[in-house]
Design a binder for this molecule. Sequence first.
Ligand SMILES: O=C(O)CCC(=O)C(=O)O
Length: 354
Amino acid sequence: MERQYSLTDEEVSKFEADGFIGPFDSGMPPHEIEALRGFFEDVMSRQPDHPLYGRFSVRDYHLANPQLLSLFTRPEIVDRLVAIAGEDLTLWRSKLFYKRAGEGDLGWHQDWGFFNGEEIGNDKPSLLPTSTTDYWDLAVWTALEDMNYDNGPLQFVRGTHKRRYPIEMVPMPKSAFFADPFVNVNDPAEIVELAKRSRLVLDVDTSRLFDGIDTSTLTIEGTKKIVQDELSRLRAAITLPFECDPSDIVTVLPKAGQFVIFTERTMHGSLANTTTRNRAAINCRVTTTDTLIYPGRLRGDFIDGSNVNIAKHKCILISGRDLNGQNVYGEITPQSLTAAPPSSDFTYAAHGAD
Ligand SMILES: O=C(O)CCC(=O)C(=O)O
């Protein structure tokens, strides 16, 4: 099949050498990117329960917002993924990366492709690959606004996807992924409220943290200390210091609507957002269709490594055929691709075992 946006041989070789490639234009009209930006600004300011997961989560809004699904299924994205990983591809996850104004950097990290929840100290793989190719796990990071050096751009270290760099499990506040929960929060009552609603730290249940404590007398420092002490009891991953040639550190600066493709094995992180505007980007994660997605599901375990109940999760076949047979698919229909507000009646047809 002729693919209009396929990568050239040189681009594929560059990807194989560097572990990432881009930015490229998604071709989504600017007003639609702006609408997605607005959608996620609203999600982050209200922090509602996720329509599929029953609690707050920044994952998989492509299963609730058809406009987002239409972004990730555009030929500008799919054709390039196919050039790297072959015809048979599944979109299995998306994640909002929202860096609040004033939020610090995100430390260097690699994901070796299993998405086991190491960012909150878990070790429960979400993917069981069977592919013999190197690039069975790709990410597409799409900027929802113009990126610059000040608003928290994504960075890569070229060529680092070829080996696993050592990590260590450390108290969560010192880990690579930890986002300071107190940015722009100075009121003890607000911290207590956020903790009760488990909105302080992504995927961490803090609802009982202040049980039995007289919160009316807490100072801001005292409140923060209770949170920090509790989070310090949890362990999460940090990449140990590693040597690299500084010229291999690449900061990517896509415009709104542009994307970069990378293997999650490439060492990556992002700079601090020193601006006064929150920064929004969204990634989607794609694997070859022979991968078993959420292997625990076959044993009746629907809680993944990030403590999300994935019973209602569906994969989206974005190209080719399903080669696994055990994954659960949602169908892309013209109706589901019509831009519409998020709704829980977004319909699916399950192909695989449920
Ligand atoms: O957007 C960011 O700040 C980091 C993105 C990231 O780590 C990822 O897409 O895997």
